[in-house]
Design a protein around this ligand. Sequence first.
Ligand code: ADP
Ligand code: MG
Length: 152
Amino acid sequence: MKKEVKNFEELRAVAEGFLKILMQKPPKDTATVVGLSGDLGAGKTAFTKCIASILGITEIVTSPTFILEKIYIIPRGSIVDERFTKLIHIDAYRLNEGKEMQALDWDALLLDEHNLILLEWPEHVESALPKDTIKLSFEYASEGVRRVTGDF
Ligand SMILES: Nc1ncnc2c1ncn2[C@@H]1O[C@H](COP(=O)(O)OP(=O)(O)O)[C@@H](O)[C@H]1O
Ligand SMILES: [Mg+2]
């Protein structure tokens, strides 16, 4: 599905819709990985901030471009309660191949079904991604308008 967003409020509504649809899918026994594709500045980190805010994470979400990964505990009582306990934000911009994900203990992260993993620049580490990775892409549509395409 495609949605055009003009501001953070509209992006937040898209993030809400995305989480609702995600929660309607049958639970899995491995982590849920969401690949966020799109150019620098297209809104991948902004989308992650929206998801964190909807889940009640009060810690400030910053871009993990230099630190690669940030793990946030999802407070109890959110709309993903009982299903996800950690929001993991990864930025693979500086990585060149899938095996570099092992530095993050990637295989162990994938084994835990309570992990909701949002991954920027999935194309950089394609070979490390599970087959059921959910894809979202972000692009500029026109002045001040961004387009989000994917499963939501
Ligand atoms: N939907 C949006 N509406 C308004 N500003 C946005 C939106 N998405 C992103 N921005 C702004 O654009 C800049 C880059 O966004 P960011 O999410 O960091 O991009 P990316 O992670 O894709 O490189 C940030 O300053 C952010 O605040
Ligand atoms: Mg980013």
